[in-house]
Design a protein around this ligand. Sequence first.
Ligand SMILES: [Cu+2]
Length: 367
Amino acid sequence: MNTMGIPPFIPELASEHALRFEYLFWYITITSGVVGLALYAALLYFCVVYRRGVNPGPTPRILGSLRLELAWTVIPAFVFLSYFAIGVYVFNKAAHPPEDSMEVFIIGKQWMWKAQYPGGQRVIIGGNPRNMTEAERNSIGKLVIPAGRPVKFTMISEDVIHSFGIPAFRQKMDVLPGRYTTMWQHPTKTGEYHLYCDQFCGTWHSLMVGKVKVVNGAEFDSWLMGHQPFQGSDNAVDGSLAHEGRQLFLKLQCINCHSATPTGKAPVLEGLWGTRVPLKGGGGEWADDQYIIESIRKPRGKVVDGWEGVMPAYDESQVTNEELNALVAYIRSLKKGQTPDNTQRFPAPNGAPTDRTQSPPPPKKGN
Ligand SMILES: [Cu+2]
């Protein structure tokens, strides 16, 4: 038994979801275990007691009992339906991150995990250092997250399907190429926990393992400070993901079409995030992360009403998934009057939008 009184073969319970999950798991295991065992016990008992020879002669005619039949139908039905009800509750909690969650981008790549924090900090988890770039090697570490605060992981893969799994949080989620998946956590206990790739993803799948380190809030803040991408700069704006996206927006010449002028070659992207975009051919689409990705990777798929589909498609050789995350972060943070001017390409001015906590709430789905 460890400190929490749980047997050693059960992983630690380190988040709110883990507790909810654990209760549901044991509730289902114990109730179905009891019912299953009771059935086999009754079977054995009847086999012995009513075996041939003990009770010869014709079987009496039994017409049944309505009460008994109702009882053994209705009561188990409610017990088993409660699996569904509690399951929906736990799933719903797990599927909806609170709005104040800190967001960490996770990229799966054969065979490592890359984490990007909103402040631009990066960590590489797992992988073979010999196959990494210098910058990647320098940021090998643990996935540090704070206890007592909700953290949302927004995940995408650069190649094949991976799966991001943390047993102590009782959660895992597939990480897919070309599509974001999310998962959120409210860690409750500081400590270090295993992190695995739960999907066999190729020869060195076994390298995609590492540690999640849950620290208290103050320790987390100082960790963030210590891992600022631009050491020595007192401008916290530098190096944030959104800032990086802004640089890319200029470097990739998106700005040539997406300028601040509504009459330009392409729609102004200010305040786009979270709004509903009318599409050519009818209908509309909420501008969320997925929409922005599709707009960049497959612009022909959904063309904005009133515009021509002239935007070039950017594949992974032009914009990597990491860069895509930065562009999404930038477009998400872009407010009215903040589109840079084409002449600002170098050097980057201060005061670029970075504060993603000010972004509008996630768009409401539906209608
Ligand atoms: Cu993997």
